[in-house]
Design a protein around this ligand. Structure first.
Ligand SMILES: [Zn+2]
Ligand SMILES: [Zn+2]
Length: 110
């Protein structure tokens, strides 16, 4: 199980929009897909988690199409166990929860 290798440059107008709309000091110019390896479908890269509590802004794209920013609620599922780890993805995502795959050290916030 490996993490999806796809990454995407954030379109400049979206970067600009994020600057204007939010108080975030750091806007990523490129994001990597957070899902575990998949062959088709949409890629989701975490763009910003500074929005409303319980939501995050994701860059969603397909190959050869324009990317778009969408706000999605956080995945509510937490690993069972004493130190239940939260999933870093969004509600209703495909593939596996981040704590299921235990790829490299995944941290939701960096
Ligand atoms: Zn992907
Ligand atoms: Zn999840």
């Amino acid at each position: 199980m490996t993490r999806c290798k796809h990454s995407h440059r954030v379109p400049l107008d979206l970067v600009q929009e994020a600057w204007e709309k939010s108080t975030t000091e750091h806007v990523d110019m490129a994001v990597q897909c957070q899902l575990s390896s998949h062959d088709d479908g949409e890629h989701y890269g975490l763009f910003s988690d500074t929005g409303e509590y319980g939501t995050a802004t994701w860059l969603r794209w397909r190959e050869r199409t324009e990317a778009e920013l969408i706000a999605l609620p956080d995945c509510p599922l937490v690993a069972t166990g004493p130190d239940g780890e939260a999933c870093c993805l969004f509600d209703g995502h495909a593939e596996h929860h981040t704590w299921e795959t235990a790829l490299e050290e995944v941290s939701c916030s960096d």
